[in-house]
Design a protein around this ligand. Structure first.
Ligand code: NAD
Ligand code: MG
Length: 387
């Protein structure tokens, strides 16, 4: 049994995952409590959330926007903290039971690391942390006996399906991918896609970065690496299938040929709640499957020619070391450049490959080396774009 009330630090509470997490907390009838909230630039929403959820701490991570925020804007029991260091502090607070890491990108690394170092249970949405430093992060979690419970819908599905058998009887894990808005596009059509088209995902409503990642299928590449570390799989044990309906969230195939899947409508409130209440299940505010309607579930093999990101993800998962940090940072920089109108959609993945191929690979990097790799890859991406 879980304690009667769990204190949750919601890091990135103003984002898509953060807002869904607060809906889950609001519907939990007091079993989940928001102990800390954080935002980068959207301090207006952060203040509104503070008034609704009354956390002990509110973190404004961006110093510039934090300057416009005053303690008096918050309810009297909320303490205002500012800057990136404050994220690290709230992730390790003794009164926090679970840290939900819903910051986007490598900016989530330090607070996730701090939570694990303090032995907290981490409900992990920030996949980029595992992509960057999966080997070091999982070793730290094991050393501190800190659990990492996946929030990413595919990994939550695998986590659930793995409970149906013995680990030694798993043949492979198959991650599902919606295929994004350009699933049926030809190479010529892909060359002409606009920013707005890339931001219009057919089945999921998410933040901008992950929405573009879904359109290039780099999101699935990052998820291959995430699965490699979360479940201690080799790259050859991880497959991807395109499933446009986003109802089957992933599958585990056992050695006897039996395949166990987890199904639910595409709604992140379900995996978020499961990560916060695991091992218990409770009634949830997530959308329920409509059994009064006919449904069609389709599967297609992914096309590596139109979506070359997948191969990059498999390569990085295979070699480990510094490859994940370089791929992740190159992709973050390339997506930002695409969203700024500086490169085309079809340039994102080749640019990442080029940066990955140029980097000086190291098999057993330290955390500082990974952070250096992250900075180097962002600079390299800048050069790639200028040429
Ligand atoms: P989002 O852009 O909607 O929200 C990001 C949050 O992080 C915001 O609260 C923002 O204020 C904060 N933030 C941004 N930059 C920051 C910085 N430099 N320092 C501190 N805080 C910062 O993103 P999202 O879609 O909610 O995704 C969050 C994470 O969850 C990502 O790692 C993403 O890959 C993962 N994820 C998201 C979904 C989804 O459905 N949105 C699904 C699976 C996994
Ligand atoms: Mg996912």
């Amino acid at each position: 049994m879980l304690p009667t009330s769990q204190n949750v630090a919601v890091l990135g509470s103003t984002g898509s995952i953060g807002r869904s997490a607060l809906e889950v907390i609001a519907a939990s009838e007091g079993r989940l409590r928001a102990a800390a909230l954080s935002a980068f630039a959207n301090t207006e929403l952060l203040v509104r959330q503070a008034h609704q959820f009354r956390p002990q701490y509110v973190v404004a991570a961006d110093l510039e926007t934090a300057a416009g925020l005053k303690q008096a804007d918050l309810p009297p029991e909320c303490q205002l903290l500012v800057g990136p260091e404050a994220l690290v502090r709230v992730a390790a607070l003794p009164e926090v039971d679970v840290v939900l890491t819903a910051i986007v990108g490598s900016a989530g690394l330090h607070s996730t690391w701090a939570a694990l170092e303090a032995g907290k249970t981490v409900a992990l949405a920030n996949k980029e942390t595992l992509v960057m430093g999966g080997g070091l992060v999982t070793a730290l979690a094991a050393e501190r006996k800190a659990a990492i419970i996946p929030v990413d819908s595919e990994h939550s599905a695998v986590f659930q399906a793995l409970q149906c058998g013995r680990r030694c009887d798993v043949r492979r894990v198959v991650l599902t991918a919606s295929g994004g808005p350009f699933r049926t596009y030809t190479l010529e059509q892909l060359a002409a896609v606009t920013i707005d088209e890339a931001l219009a995902h057919p089945t999921w409503r998410m933040g901008r970065k992950i929405t573009v990642d879904s359109a290039t299928m780099m999101n699935k590449a990052l998820e291959i690496i995430e699965a490699r570390w979360l479940f201690d799989l080799s790259a050859d044990e991880i497959g991807v299938v395109v499933h446009p309906q986003s109802v089957i969230h992933s599958l585990v195939e056992y050695i006897d040929g039996s395949i166990v899947a987890q199904l639910s409508p595409p709604d992140m409130k379900l995996p978020i709640q499961y990560a916060l209440t695991y091992p218990e299940r409770r009634a949830s505010p997530a959308t329920k499957f409509d059994w009064t309607q006919s449904h069609k579930l389709e599967f297609f093999p992914p096309d590596p020619a139109r979506f070359p990101a997948l191969e990059l993800g498999l390569e990085a998962a295979r070699v480990g070391g510094t490859a994940g940090a370089v791929l992740n940072a190159a992709n973050e920089a390339a997506v930002a450049q695409f969203l700024a109108g500086e490169i085309r959609f079809v340039d994102v993945v080749p640019a990442c490959r080029s940066v990955l191929e140029q980097h000086e690979f190291e098999a057993h990097p330290t955390l500082d080396r990974l952070i250096e790799c992250d900075r180097w890859a962002r600079r390299e991406m800048q050069n790639w774009i200028c040429h």
